[in-house]
Design a protein around this ligand. Structure first.
Ligand SMILES: [Zn+2]
Length: 138
């Protein structure tokens, strides 16, 4: 069931920066998706579809910079599935980081760019970016 409130909310996850939750109706733009992650998500949906007369609906997103966790559910049985658009890897400080955020920061550092250059580039594509604080701490 789709929640009635579509307002974005901010929450804090243990050991992480604040992240943003949105319901599907407020989602827009584009995302960068790791293809291995997408294939696993599709495999899970196909497996579920073999057992259920279903219709899968995308109903929410938790964003953390360039990475998103997209939520979906089966309108027939309520089965829930998530797609993490990026893998997590160990960052230079030993903490787990979203691979796409780490790559974006490293890419900017290696080309002499910074948060504002990354933000400008991604905004033309409609892709949300990491906050400046997260960029600095990645
Ligand atoms: Zn189902």
């Amino acid at each position: 069931m789709v929640p009635e409130s579509y307002a974005a909310a901010t929450t804090r996850v243990r050991g992480s920066k604040s992240i943003e939750h949105k319901q599907l109706e407020s989602l827009d733009g584009s995302r960068i998706v790791n293809l291995d992650q997408l294939q696993q998500y599709i495999d899970g949906l196909v497996s579920h579809a073999r057992q259920c007369q279903c219709s899968i609906t995308l109903n929410g997103e938790t964003r953390n910079g360039l990475a998103s966790i997209l939520s979906s559910y089966c309108t027939s049985c309520g089965h829930r599935a998530v797609l993490q658009t990026s893998k997590k890897v160990k960052g230079p400080n030993g903490y787990q980081r979203w691979e796409c955020n780490l790559a974006a920061v490293w890419g900017q550092m290696s080309t002499g760019g910074g948060h504002s250059v990354l933000q400008e580039s991604m905004s033309t594509l409609g892709v949300p970016v990491v906050t400046k604080s997260s960029f600095i701490h990645t």
